[in-house]
Design a protein around this ligand. Structure first.
Ligand code: CA
Length: 232
């Protein structure tokens, strides 16, 4: 199958050279210069390469809009912005990967391939999980894996695909200590150069969503120097 890639980038020299390289690798490539144009046509492509600084709406907004309706669509952010906040922001909003300019072509190609593989793996896992486990309850919370929603003491909330994947790993390992590295591998694949703090940020959010007293968690515990422990 030939993969179609959508590049959203307003710098023509970057987008044109990327297009040539990707076409050489056998991809079909479309370039759009505006975020809104990208939103209009992303679903006809298998993966989006997204610049953050765009003339109309910024890349984070494009990402947010897509994630509202499609949690799995592979999005690779390519940007000159290198501030850590943008990185954490992009990833927690559901970007699949993040690469900063200038980047090496090999690095980019590797990440594209990885994102496409993850997408296939994700579809496989989600189908598998949905058929196996439709929901899971702990404390006063119920996670709905089919609709990616959680019902908690504070009400209903939508979950991102990454949150759901991470929760699944915790649930499946109930009562066992699981290291940050294993958790990261489950979500991003082991060659991700992601900070282990990113996992900690997810855990902090989970405690806010699911623990009556987030400072004294009863379900998602930290084991110093070892990782996390989920107790139902
Ligand atoms: Ca730009």
């Amino acid at each position: 199958m030939v993969n179609k890639i959508l590049i959203i980038e307003d710098e023509k020299n970057i987008s044109n050279s990327l297009k040539l390289i990707l076409e050489n690798e056998g991809f079909i490539v479309t370039i759009k210069e505006l975020g809104t144009e990208g939103l209009a046509c992303y679903s006809q492509h298998d993966l989006m390469i997204l610049d953050l600084m765009l003339p109309d709406i910024d890349g984070i907004e494009v990402l947010k809009q897509i994630r509202k309706i499609n949690l799995q669509y592979p999005i690779l952010i390519v940007s000159a912005k290198t501030k850590e906040d943008d990185l954490v922001n992009g990833l927690s909003l559901g970007a699949d990967d993040y690469i900063t300019k200038p980047f090496s072509i090999n690095e980019l190609l590797m990440r594209i391939k990885r994102a496409l593989q993850r997408q296939q793996l994700y579809e496989h896992k989600t189908n598998h999980t949905a058929s196996q486990m439709k929901s899971y309850s702990f404390g006063k919370n119920t996670i709905d894996f089919v609709n990616l929603k959680a019902s908690t003491e504070q009400g209903e909330r939508d979950l991102t695909s990454q949150e759901v994947q991470l929760l699944l790993v915790l649930f499946k390992n109930e009562g066992k200590i699981i290291s940050r590295t294993s958790l990261m591998e489950e979500i991003w694949g082991h060659s991700r150069d992601i900070e282990s703090r990113t996992i900690d940020n997810f855990i902090v959010r989970f405690r806010k969503y699911f623990e009556p007293d987030p400072k004294n968690p009863k379900h998602i515990l930290t084991k110093r120097g070892q990782g996390y422990l989920f107790l139902n």
